[in-house]
Structure formats: structure tokens, C-alpha cells
Design a protein around this ligand. Structure first.
Ligand SMILES: [Zn+2]
Length: 233
């Protein structure tokens, strides 16, 4: 058995993560390796997760499990979905809509919100439409969303507990970003979806022939409720 040992140091913010990759070849010629991750700055739970992911990934690639997912960057169903990053929707939403790998572009953020007409969400939607063959837009919020009723004050308090100083928050204010607006959630998911649909539909750079639909999904059952039918203008 041949042995080799590689060390990498990756700097993430102020903390250093030390990764050791022990690579060896078996007498049969097949390559294999064990990935171990160490750090002084981060919690044990995070380390285990990274190690678990890297080891799984190595096996995934080696066993060519990616083959069943092979497709192109162009969506078969010619659509782009904006939805929430909620954990319950990771697999449920595609299954509930009957979309598979290769069918759609999916954009996610907290709350399925379009909060700024020239922010990254709107930019992604425009790129999907102009460059990636999406012909319809679906904004899909969900019941029991973490952004529902979220108060900026509570988020700011959590930040302060984690060591964010008043100076940092003042810098944000002086830069023209009001924490109350920037961190605010919504009171009603249907209204929020309607607002985001309106932002997309009325965007000056959005072609008028692109239907923009608004829906709300139940995070337990996957049931969809129609809020805005984009075919009705
Ligand atoms: Zn949500």
C-alpha cells in the first residue's frame, strides 16, 4: 500500500480550519482516502458535519452516483421558481410540483421575498429569463414561514448577544440601511407573495409576455394555494 499525506490550511474569517487528507492507494490500484477536519475556533458539531459531507462526497463521486442527475443548465420546463430556504421545502417542494433535476431554475432566500428591484434576487430572475430560457416565473411562499411576523428588533438583539457592537450597527445606519426595513419579515404570506409578484411583473426590465404566478405551499402537505394567476395579466 502506497501512502501520501497532504495538509491544507483554509482561512475562514478570523478562524483557521486545518484539513488533513490522507490519501493512499490499494494494491488493487483503486484510490481511496480519509478526510479528517480539525479546528480550534469552531464547535465540534460543525467539524463533524464538514467531515461527514466531505467523506460522503468522495464516495458519491467515486461511485458515479451523479450519473442519474446529469442534465443541462437550461430548464426543461422553461420556468424559474423563487421560494423560501425553509428546510421543509428542500425535497417536498420539487416533489409537490413534479419538478426534477434539469426542469427548473430555483432561487431561494428567507421568505421568498423580492425586497429590492435591483437586488440579487431580481437579477437572478432576469438572468433566468434572458439567458437561461425561463418563460414563466413562480413566486412560492409558504405557511408557517420563519419570516412571518419576524421583528427586526429581535434580530438586532440576537446580533448584540453574539457580539455585534453598536458601532457596527451605527455604520449600517450611516450607510443608509435601516435595520427595521432590511431585517423585517412580513405579516401575511399571501400579501407578501402578491407584493413580490408585483415587483417582478412591473419591473422595468421584465418582458411583458412573461407570466408571473404567485402561490403559497403548505410545508407539511405540499398543497399549493393559488394567490396570483400570472396568465390573467
Ligand atoms: Zn420560509
Amino acid at each position: 500500500m502506497l501512502g501520501a499525506y497532504t495538509l491544507c490550511i483554509i482561512t475562514i474569517g478570523a478562524g483557521k480550519v486545518l484539513i488533513s487528507i490522507d490519501i493512499f492507494s490499494s494494491s488493487m490500484g483503486a484510490n481511496s482516502s480519509t478526510i479528517k477536519v480539525f479546528t480550534k475556533r469552531q464547535g465540534v458539531e460543525q467539524l463533524k458535519l464538514l467531515e461527514e459531507i466531505l467523506n460522503h462526497n468522495q464516495q458519491f463521486v467515486e461511485e458515479k452516483k451523479y450519473e442519474e442527475f446529469e442534465t443541462t443548465k437550461f430548464p426543461n420546463k422553461k420556468m424559474v421558481i423563487l421560494t423560501c430556504m425553509d428546510t421543509r421545502l428542500v425535497e417536498l417542494l420539487p416533489k409537490a410540483l413534479n419538478v426534477r433535476n434539469g426542469d427548473v431554475k430555483i432561487i431561494k432566500n428567507a421568505g421568498a421575498l423580492v425586497t429590492h428591484p435591483f437586488g440579487s434576487i431580481m437579477r437572478s430572475i432576469l438572468i433566468a429569463v434572458y439567458q437561461l430560457q425561463a418563460k414563466e416565473v413562480f413566486v412560492i411562499g409558504h405557511h408557517d414561514c420563519g419570516m412571518s411576523g419576524m421583528k427586526a428588533d429581535a434580530v438586532v438583539s440576537s446580533m448584540k448577544e453574539r457580539g455585534i457592537t453598536d458601532d457596527a450597527l451605527d455604520t449600517m445606519t450611516y450607510s443608509g440601511i435601516a435595520a427595521d426595513d432590511w431585517l423585517r419579515g412580513f405579516e401575511n404570506v399571501e400579501e407578501s407573495v402578491s407584493h413580490s409578484v408585483h415587483m417582478v411583473k412591473k419591473h422595468p426590465l421584465m418582458p411583458i409576455d412573461v407570466p408571473v404566478h404567485g402561490l403559497v405551499i403548505h410545508p407539511g402537505t405540499g398543497k399549493l394555494d393559488l394567490v396570483v394567476d400570472g396568465y390573467e395579466g
